[in-house]
Design a protein around this ligand. Structure first.
Ligand code: OSB
Ligand code: MG
Length: 369
């Protein structure tokens, strides 16, 4: 296939409710959508998961725009591409900037699947017809509010509840939740808010039968996590620390992680996600698909990836309505009783809703030879 045209939209959408992590609060979500068009007029869509500010990782929407425009588009525009796995190699000489790479690569995967009359899930090798979903809940004003929220999501059928923790909002919160919901699969995500000095607090969490604790220590660490894992019964799951198959291999070898959260953007695309998935499967490390508060385009990519067989644990890909009044795809992503049914139309399986997209588009960019 020959990529003839690329269009980028800078988007701004407001989430239904603010989402707070140990590193900050999100409400207005700014992000990029990217559309590729081939020589036959087929199109494919990708979404950048970089946030407005470099809190989660070093990338931002503006650094993504710069990388995509000045470095990545010149590598793919008017170039013959036989398979999207080639993009991973084509982009390899450019260091990091994984979310920028994944935006372009994801759109090319969608295009490839449509052109070959495959669902994106099939193109990736996935077989699941429905996927199990959990939900990630931000830090709340108080424990009572959190318990009420959790009660609602448990009633909706979400398969596991993840709560965000930070120093001062941890052991008491998890204890109260466990007392209120003795049998619900529960996990905590610290987004790097602790150090090994906090080991006593983290050890106290062992009492509550958490499925895992996600990224307790520094966002670039795998050494201290290995030390911590030796002291904890609860499995550690790495998120921020894993950017590639190589990172995953090293973390697993060191014993820094027993579970991996795969985020397509963080690891630089679907091809790298598949590689990490396959490696983890061979090494008995379960994976699940993380979320970045995506709009429908990114969400659809997450759904497709989650159909691979080692996505054993429920992910963070909740339905569109958990985040948005209106989503940019039709139909929206719907979770029923904790399951999302994998779409059966070609590519990402959801149609872009251009009317909704237009209303939330702040700026557009067009690239043609
Ligand atoms: O660490 O998984 C995370 C949201 C923003 C930044 C980082 C994270 C998250 C979430 C929400 O946990 C996942 C989602 O619902 O999309
Ligand atoms: Mg996380």
């Amino acid at each position: 296939m020959l990529i003839k045209e690329i269009n980028i939209r800078k988007m701004k959408m407001t989430m239904k409710a603010p989402f707070t992590t140990s590193f900050g609060t999100f409400q207005d979500k700014e992000f990029l959508l990217l559309e590729v068009t081939d020589e036959l007029g087929n199109t494919g869509w990708g979404e950048s998961t970089a946030f407005h500010s470099p809190w989660y990782n070093e990338e931002t929407l503006e650094t993504n725009l710069h990388m995509i425009r000045d470095f990545l588009i010149p590598l793919v525009l008017d170039k013959e591409i036989a398979h999207p796995d080639e993009i991973n190699e084509l982009f390899a000489p450019i260091r990091k900037n994984n979310m920028a790479k994944a935006t372009v690569e994801g759109a090319i995967w969608d295009l490839y699947a449509k052109r070959n009359q495959l669902t994106l899930a099939q193109a990736l090798g996935g077989t699941a017809e429905k996927i199990e979903v959990g939900i990630s809940i931000g830090i709340q004003q108080n424990v009572e509010d959190l318990i009420e929220l959790v009660r609602g999501y448990v009633a909706e059928g979400y398969k596991r509840i993840k709560v965000k923790i930070k120093p001062g909002f941890d052991v008491d919160v998890i204890k109260a939740l466990r007392d209120a919901f003795p049998h619900v699969p529960l996990m905590a995500d610290a987004n790097s808010a602790y150090t090994l000095d906090d080991i006593d607090v983290l050890k106290q969490l062992d009492e509550f039968n958490l499925t895992m604790i996600e990224q307790p220590l520094a966002s670039d660490d795998i050494i201290d996590h290995a030390k911590l894992q030796k002291e904890l019964k609860t499995p550690i799951c790495l998120d921020e620390s894993i950017h590639s198959l190589e990172d995953a291999r090293k973390a697993i070898e060191l014993g820094s992680t027993k579970i991996i959260n795969i985020k397509i953007g963080r690891v630089g695309g679907l091809t790298e996600s598949k590689k990490i998935h396959d490696y983890c499967m061979e090494n008995d490390i379960p994976v699940w698909c993380g979320g970045m508060l995506e709009s429908g385009i990114g969400r659809a990519h997450n759904v497709a990836l989650t159909t691979l067989p080692n996505f054993i644990l429920p992910g963070d890909t909740a339905g569109s309505s958990r985040y948005w009044e209106e989503d940019v795809i039709t139909p929206e992503v719907v979770a029923v009783d904790g399951y999302i049914t994998v779409p059966t139309s070609y590519g990402i399986g959801y149609e872009p809703n251009i009317e909704v997209m237009d209303r939330f588009t702040v700026e557009t960019f067009n690239f043609k030879e």
